[in-house]
Design a protein around this ligand. Structure first.
Ligand SMILES: *Cc1c(COP(=O)(O)O)cnc(C)c1O
Length: 355
């Protein structure tokens, strides 16, 4: 994997750093950004000179396609600082590949690997004082691309902007999460854009999630759009179920995002000899397992929270509470993964990449 500095980036440093104004003990997730950003424009059929410059707002033409036709994609990844102040990325090749998969689906140009990786590397080097060590601390990295070409004409833009911004974060506690199983709304459909990290997927989730919030639930468990009988994702996370001692998670599909955390937890579970089945999971079997006491855990998986345990779920107006157990598989896997990410434990999988 190449995270080298092969790509020549023009760097303009900010004159003053904002770092002293930041309370690193009380960060609210994704709300504070570092001193610099990475930017590379696409026009005339090619990627232009990449730059790193002070983080600041920028101007766009009001007719830019991103505002009208929603060509916008993103990634979410993290960097960690170890005990000797080295900075590590976690499986950045996976995010890079997925970014370009999303780009293809949204009729946007693919970003060359050296631009993506050099941008990531040099931006993190420049703002490395913002990466704090210690458990829970990380730098949340947000690469994204938008259509900047003007014209309210419904066809793909010929101009794009690829950017990377950085946001320091601490561990993410969501509190008690109760979820509503979707019986009408859908996050994704076959042939749609559910497997892409497209901004519009999130916009489409806001309304049904607001309805769930009003009914007293923090998140929605999305089911398949055609029959609403299969459990697919939890909010913006992949989802795992433990029935007896077996973990279950759905196979990725056109409707399910191929999460890096999901595939990592699958590999960790295998290496820990935890039974795991990757197959469609039915709403009916979840209810059955809850009724007969074999349903032990439900948890979401994603970069932001790593693992997010679910306390109970509602389906057809009946609430099913999960048992409160200590030493959950969710916690066991989370501890294992965060120890590898923070370089506290040997990474025999080769997932961590030093910048
Ligand atoms: C980003 C995302 C995930 C989690 O992916 P990770 O690579 O594990 O962060 C899961 N589901 C959806 C819909 C997502 O957008």
């Amino acid at each position: 994997m190449n995270v080298s500095q092969t790509c020549k980036i023009e760097i303009t440093k900010s004159l003053v750093s904002k770092i002293n104004a930041v309370d690193f003990e009380n960060l609210s997730f994704g709300s504070v950004f570092t001193d610099h950003l990475f930017e590379c424009d696409f026009k005339n059929g090619e990627w232009q000179q990449p730059v790193i410059k002070p983080y600041a707002p920028f101007l766009l033409d009001p007719s830019s396609r991103v505002f009208h036709y929603g060509q916008a994609i993103f990634e979410g990844m993290k960097a960690y600082k170890d005990g000797s102040d080295a900075i590590w990325l976690f499986r950045p090749d996976e995010n890079f590949k997925r970014f370009n998969k999303s780009a293809v689906r949204m009729a946007m140009p693919e970003v060359p690997e050296e631009i993506f990786m050099s941008g990531l590397n040099q931006l993190l080097q420049l703002d490395k004082a913002w990466v704090k060590k210690g458990s829970g601390n990380a730098m949340y990295i947000r690469p994204f691309m938008i259509a900047t070409g003007g014209g309210v004409i419904a066809n793909p833009s010929t101009e794009y902007k690829f950017m990377i911004i950085l946001s320091p974060v601490t561990s993410y506690y969501s509190g008690e999460v109760k979820v509503l199983i979707a019986e009408h709304y859908s996050r994704a459909a076959n042939g749609g854009i559910g497997a892409a990290k497209a901004a519009g997927n999130y916009a489409a989730q806001f309304f049904p999630t607001n309805l769930a919030n009003k009914a007293g639930f923090q998140q929605v468990i999305w089911t398949d759009d055609a029959t609403h009988t299969m459990l697919e994702e939890a909010g913006t996370m992949n989802v795992f179920f433990r029935i007896n001692d077996t973990l279950l998670t759905a196979p990725v599909s056109e409707r399910i995002l191929d999460g890096v955390t999901r595939k990592t937890l699958i590999d960790l579970a295998k290496s820990e000899n935890i039974n795991l089945e990757i197959r469609p999971v039915l709403v009916s079997e979840l209810i059955e397992a809850s009724k007969n006491g074999t349903l032990k855990e439900i948890f979401g998986s994603g970069t932001a929270a790593v693992v997010s345990p679910i306390a109970g779920f509602s389906f057809q107006d009946i609430y099913y509470e999960l048992p409160k157990i200590e030493n959950t598989v969710a916690l066991q896997l989370k501890n294992k993964l965060t120890s590898i990410q923070n370089k506290l434990e040997e990474d025999k999988f080769g997932w961590t990449v030093k910048i």
